[in-house]
Each structure stands twice: as structure tokens, then as C-alpha cells.
Ligand binder design. Structure first.
Ligand SMILES: Cc1cc2nc3c(=O)[nH]c(=O)nc-3n(C[C@H](O)[C@H](O)[C@H](O)COP(=O)(O)OP(=O)(O)OC[C@H]3O[C@@H](n4cnc5c(N)ncnc54)[C@H](O)[C@@H]3O)c2cc1C
Length: 461
């Protein structure tokens, strides 16, 4: 396994990364990226074991509902890059299982890669979302053939790929890019049915970063985002050579969707577990602010908080069901598709309403609570403390800090990131609706309806 120090050193590999128009030669010396690197390094140290052959608990494949369950708090206390590494390895493990009969050689190669990645203790990110061009047209019918990542040359020892994968969380500070097709491919689209693992420093890989990191000199009023931000990478594959042993799929269009579906399962389980945690946090903030404002007994406030509690409980119930009803095979434990997708959909679709309730309860100080530096200033400190206080026992700074956190997580750059990410990560809401419908027992529901109506099942279409 790697220590944090070894991880930091490993990034010094001539990778081509860019941040706001500038090439970043040393991520450790960059004012924003260095914070992310330090966070990932701390995660390495947290789980480091010197035992030969040890595998990080974040990278091991779970084999039971209990192991799936126990992994969640570990992932929550880890950085996003560790989370997407786990999801990448689980995506590959799931896909290897699903293609084992039709593509046994690729399946074996994927398993070897997963075992090797666990031993090397590397960080891997998920590169699925292509640039996609005109969304109404398939990959082969785009004006620019590179709108979807594809093979441009086949050699005896590997392939050359070209294209771009967008919104790739943590790409510039990981080791390898797991590249998989973004959707199902049809006959004629063989070059687009490409899955592989690409080291970040491969010649031709360029990553353009964006960030929601607070850039203020005093980040104490950004208590969450200043600790958790990670870069989003616009990953360009400009004629990148991929050796044979790193190719997981090449040309088998009928299996292209397996990878996207496998990733969807794990990405949405991660999203669902994150939203379950966030939903409880939103309830907590609503109740704390209602109490600090003297309104906790007010009926319309209680009703909104009750609605938030019901939402939080249902999201967590879906998470519990997705795990309790997991499918255990020799390969591992796989969460249930129906509960994972329905839960992720419900959590994401109702998130903005829960945030609206919180903002409605909290009031304008969400945006305008004075900073901690104002509390420390000799002239303003005593006055802002006095007027931010609401009653004996409710300190002004305590109340301001609640508001700072609510702004940070719901109403500022990171809040915007959460709102969009909840909807888009793991595919938009539409994707979750499709999968939920596919796994729901619609015929069983029809049978029940016919039974209640006293009708013969043969007449039901
Ligand atoms: C912060 C953030 C982090 C992310 N992290 C990652 C990551 O690490 N790795 C990764 O691979 N991706 C990542 N994503 C990408 C995410 O999965 C996509 O944003 C999502 O799948 C939607 O794709 P898109 O952004 O290209 O939007 P679009 O595909 O343009 O979708 C926009 C809307 O158009 C609809 N639509 C699109 N095509 C069609 C069609 N043919 N017919 C009908 N409707 C259509 C969609 O359903 C959606 O409602 C991330 C996204 C965000 C915002």
C-alpha cells in the first residue's frame, strides 16, 4: 500500500494538467490543487498498512450486505477520489461478472487489472461521459467523429484512442483513468465500443480543471467546501496509445452498455448514500436554526421540518433496502438495482424542495451573516455578536456559524455544485427512471390490479 508521502511523490510524473489557462507543472505547489492532494494523501495515511499484500479497506470488494453497509461510513469520511476509485473497481468487477460468458478473455483481463490496482493502491477515476455533440444523433453520425471517444488506430500491441470525457471528478490528481463507453452501441459503432485503463501521464492525455473551491483569504466561512473540494476534469485523449493488456472492451458493441449500467449501479449507490447523509444534515440545520430563531414550535415550521424528516427517512430506507436486498455471488455483493435507482431518483428529484424548506425556515442570514473576522474585529465584534444573538443561551457567533454552513452547502459555489451533481451524477433523472422501470415488476403490478378488479389476467395487456 502507499503512504500519503508516496502518493504525493507519484503525482510528479509529467502529467499535462491545466487550471484556468495555466499549465500546472506541480500540483503540490498549486494554491487550489495542493489542498486536494493533501486531502487524498491524508486518506492514504489513514488506511495505510505495511503488511505485504494488504488491500485498502476502501478498495476491497464487499462480499455481503454487512460488508456493503460497513463500507459506507468509511467512504463518507474519505475524499471523493477514494470514493470514485471504489466505484471504478466495483464497476469493473460488476462488468467482468456480467460479460464473463460472452467475453471471457476480457472478463479475465478486467479481474487481473482490479487485483493489480488493489495491490498498487492507486486512485482511479470514472471516465464515462463523452462530449457527445448533437445529443439526437448516435456516435457514428456526428459532424465531428470525435464527439464520442473512439479507436482511431489498431496496432498489434494495442489501440490509439481519441475523444474527450467531461466532468471527470478528481482526474488530475489520480493515477489512472477508467475509460468506458457512455451508452449502448449499435453494429457499425465498433470503434466507439472501447473500454480501457489509461495512466494519467500517458502522452496525449490533457486535463483541464475547474473548481468550486472557495478562493477567499479567510475560508472559515466555507467550513465544508474548504475541506472537501476536488477538481472536475475536462479530460482530452488526443491520440493516446493504450497497450493490449489495458483494454477491457474493443469492438463488442453488444456489451458496450454493460459497463455504463455497471457504473450507474455503483455511482447511484454512492449518490444515494451521500444524499441520505445530506438529508439528515438538512433536517438538523432546519431544526437548529428554528430553535435558535425561537420558532421551533411554530406550526408551519414544524410541518416543513416534518416533510424534511419524511424525505430523509425515505431516502435512507431506499439505501437500506438496496443493501439488504443485495445480490451475493462468488464475485461479491451487488446492491439491488431497483431500490438503488428509485432511491437515487427520489432523493435527487426532491432535493431542491428540501433546500427550499431550509432556506424558508432559516431567513436571509443564510446569505448575510457576518464573517468570523467581523466577530473578531474590536469595533464590530461585540455589535454583530449582540445582534446575531436571539435570546439568552443563543450566542451570535454560534448562530452565524450555522448560517455560514448552510450557505456553503446550499447557496454558494459548493451549494450549486451539490444541487447540479445530485441530479446529474450517475446520469440525469431520466436515466434513473429508465432503470427503475426496467427492474420494477410491472407485470406483477398488473396482476394485482386485475385481481382487485376481479378480471381475468388473460384479458390484461
Ligand atoms: C459535478 C459533476 C461531476 C461529475 N462527475 C463525473 C465523473 O466523475 N465521471 C463521469 O463520467 N461523469 C461525471 N459527471 C457527468 C454526469 O454523469 C453527466 O453530467 C450526466 O450523465 C449528463 O450528461 P451531460 O452533462 O452530457 O448532459 P446531457 O447528456 O446533455 O443531458 C442533459 C439533458 O438532456 C437529456 N438528454 C441527453 N441526450 C438525450 C437524448 N438522446 N434523448 C433524450 N434526452 C436526452 C438528458 O436526459 C438530460 O436531461 C459529472 C457531472 C457533474 C455535474
Amino acid at each position: 500500500m502507499m503512504t500519503g508521502q508516496q502518493y504525493k511523490k507519484s503525482l510528479n510524473d509529467n502529467r499535462e494538467i491545466f487550471f484556468e489557462g495555466e499549465r500546472v507543472r506541480d500540483p503540490l505547489a498549486h494554491p487550489v490543487l495542493s489542498q486536494c492532494v493533501e486531502r487524498v494523501a491524508a486518506g492514504y495515511d489513514r488506511f495505510y498498512s505495511p503488511a505485504p499484500g494488504a488491500v485498502s479497506p476502501l478498495m476491497a470488494v464487499p462480499h455481503s450486505a454487512q460488508e456493503l453497509h460497513e463500507r459506507i461510513p468509511l467512504l463518507h469520511e474519505s475524499d471523493i477520489v477514494a470514493n470514485v476509485t471504489y466505484q471504478s473497481l466495483m464497476t469493473l468487477t460488476t462488468a467482468a461478472t456480467r460479460i464473463a460468458d460472452s467475453l471471457p478473455d476480457y472478463s479475465k483481463r478486467i479481474r487481473r487489472y482490479v487485483a493489480d490496482a488493489q495491490q498498487r493502491d492507486i486512485r482511479i477515476v470514472e471516465c464515462i461521459t463523452d462530449a457527445k455533440g448533437d445529443r439526437s444523433r448516435p456516435p457514428g453520425k456526428q459532424d465531428d467523429p470525435d464527439a464520442y471517444t473512439h479507436v482511431v488506430e489498431r496496432r498489434p500491441d494495442g489501440v490509439v484512442i481519441r475523444g474527450a470525457k467531461l466532468h471527470i471528478t478528481g482526474a488530475s490528481i489520480c493515477h489512472e483513468l477508467m475509460v468506458i463507453p457512455t451508452k449502448a452501441m449499435k453494429p457499425g459503432e465498433e470503434d466507439y465500443a472501447i473500454g480501457c485503463a489509461v495512466p494519467v501521464n500517458s502522452p496525449g492525455v490533457k486535463i483541464v480543471d475547474t473548481s468550486y473551491a472557495p478562493r477567499h483569504p479567510d475560508v472559515r466561512t466555507f467550513p465544508v467546501s474548504s475541506r472537501t473540494h476536488m477538481p472536475e476534469g475536462f479530460v482530452i485523449f488526443d491520440n493516446v496509445f493504450v497497450p493490449k493488456e489495458r483494454i477491457f472492451l474493443d469492438g463488442a458493441t453488444e456489451q458496450a452498455a454493460v459497463f455504463a449500467h455497471s457504473l450507474g449501479l455503483w455511482e447511484r449507490l454512492g449518490g444515494l448514500s451521500g444524499m441520505a447523509e445530506e438529508a439528515d444534515q438538512l433536517v438538523g440545520f432546519a431544526q437548529l436554526i428554528a430553535e435558535a430563531n425561537g420558532l421551533a414550535r411554530e406550526s408551519h415550521i414544524r410541518e416543513k421540518i416534518s416533510e424534511m424528516i419524511i424525505h430523509a427517512t425515505l431516502v435512507r430506507s431506499a439505501l437500506e433496502a438496496a443493501i439488504a436486498k443485495c445480490h451475493v455471488t462468488e464475485e461479491g455483493a451487488f446492491p439491488d438495482e431497483l431500490y438503488t435507482n428509485a432511491g437515487k431518483y427520489h432523493g435527487a428529484a426532491n432535493y431542491n424542495l428540501m433546500v427550499r424548506h431550509l432556506h424558508d425556515i432559516a431567513g436571509g442570514s443564510v446569505l448575510t451573516a457576518p464573517s468570523l473576522a467581523d466577530f473578531e474585529n474590536e469595533q464590530t465584534g461585540p455589535l454583530v455578536r449582540k445582534y446575531m444573538s436571539t435570546m439568552n443561551g443563543v450566542d451570535g457567533e454560534y448562530r452565524a456559524r450555522l448560517f455560514h454552513t448552510v450557505r456553503d452547502i446550499t447557496a454558494d459555489a459548493y451549494g450549486g455544485w451539490r444541487a447540479v451533481t445530485n441530479v446529474q451524477a450517475g446520469g440525469g433523472l431520466y436515466a434513473q427512471r429508465i432503470v427503475t422501470r426496467r427492474y420494477y415488476d410491472l407485470n406483477g403490478a398488473k396482476e394485482k390490479a386485475l385481481h382487485v378488479a376481479g378480471l381475468d389476467s388473460k384479458s390484461g395487456k
